[in-house]
Structure formats: C-alpha cells, structure tokens
Design a protein around this ligand. Structure first.
Ligand code: ATP
Length: 191
C-alpha cells in the first residue's frame, strides 16, 4: 500500500500500546523519510517532565497503587500540555508533525483536528491495526510491559473507536496491519 505524507500538518497515530507506533516511526527516521524532530511522542514528553515513560501500579497495595496512578496522571497532563505547545508551534511554522500516542479517546483526537483546522494545515490519521494476541505477545518481551489487563482494555476501546475515526474529518485515513508492506511517498522538503 502507498501512504502519502503531507508536506505540513499533523499525522495522528492511532493504536493501542504495542501496536508498533514508536517502532514504525523509528524505522521512518532510519530510512531518512522523517526527521527526528518531525516526531512528537507522549512517552518522550513524560520522560522530559517526569523522568519516566510509564508507571506500573498493578499488583501494588491499594494506597500505593492510588498514589502511583495519581502521579502518572499528573505526569501525563503536564506531558500533553508541553507536547501540544510544540505541535501548535510546528503547525504555525507550517511543519509536519507525527504524533506518537495512542489517541484512543475521541477528545484526544478532536484536540488535534481543531489545532490543524485553526492553523490551516491538514490532519491525517494513521491507524495501526494489530490483533490482540500480537499486542499481548509483544508485551511479554518489551521493556516496561504495560500488563495484560491494560492491553486488553485498550484493545476493546480501539475496536470500538476505529469505526468512528472515519467520520472525524481527516484529510486521509490509512490503516496499517503488521503484514502490510508500505511505500511511503513524500515530496521534497521545501527547506
Ligand atoms: P506504546 O503506546 O506503549 O508506546 P507502541 O505502539 O509505540 O507502544 P512500540 O513501542 O513500537 O509500540 O513497540 C512495543 C513493543 O512491541 C516493543 O518491544 C517492540 O519491539 C514490539 N514491536 C513493535 N512493532 C513490532 C512489529 N512490527 N513486530 C514485532 N514486534 C514489534
């Protein structure tokens, strides 16, 4: 399949944990299709503002789990605030930004659709459709595993949400499955 990358604007990755968002983007940088600065990642911003990309609160005593969850929520809030400031600035500069986060909840997607509209740049959805068994298998082998329960929950939300994406107003929607081979098409960088 062919995927056309816009010159400027926002490419929203959509997919649960372990669907391969960061791996795909790393590959595009290695192939010189994207610049590292064209990727904004929630995990990286969590590390920037809170030193960690993930906090595992499962299997902890309730009080401790609640406190860890609260800290993770606070880190995420700060991280997304910073991320959005960077994405907004890049839109104003007419730059291209791939946003590496799950975007499973409609409000998260709508924020970027509104941001693109406000700045007169396109927004494209890139859905990573990986089946639940693969998500769970990958989780066993990754650093900072997200845990079975979380993966299954995210997959249920993903299954429900992917049909709504069609009506949200993207310039284009691409769905990539693990077996797909993709030809990435990108015009010359104007700079
Ligand atoms: P998160 O949202 O949790 O950051 P993600 O969708 O960005 O997850 P990655 O960080 O790219 O997922 O990958 C998670 C794990 O799955 C890693 O261990 C990675 O090596 C593995 N993985 C990703 N893509 C593939 C693939 N196509 N084939 C096999 N393993 C993969």
């Amino acid at each position: 399949m062919k995927i056309v990358i816009p010159h400027a604007g926002i490419v929203l990755l959509i997919g649960p944990s372990n669907s391969g968002k960061s791996t795909l983007l790393r590959g595009l940088v290695e192939q010189d299709i994207l610049l590292p600065s064209e990727i904004v990642s929630s995990d990286e911003f969590r590390k920037l503002v809170g030193d960690v990309e993930f906090i595992d609160w499962k299997d902890r005593p309730k009080e401790e789990a609640d406190a860890l969850y609260e800290t993770y929520q606070q880190i995420s809030k700060e991280a997304f605030g910073m991320m959005d400031a960077v994405i907004g600035a890049r839109c104003r500069m007419n730059k291209l930004t791939f946003v590496d986060a799950t975007h499973l909840h409609p409000d998260d997607r709508k924020r970027y659709i509104a941001m693109a509209k406000e700045n007169h740049v396109p927004v494209v959805a890139l859905i990573l459709d990986t089946d639940q068994d693969q998500l769970l298998e990958r989780d066993l082998h990754r650093d900072n595993p997200r845990g079975k329960r979380r993966i299954k929950q995210q997959y249920q939300v993903f299954k429900r949400e992917k049909r709504f994406v069609k009506k949200e107003g993207y310039r284009a929607i691409y769905t990539v499955r693990p077996s797909d081979s993709v030809e990435w098409i990108r015009g010359a960088n104007p700079l």
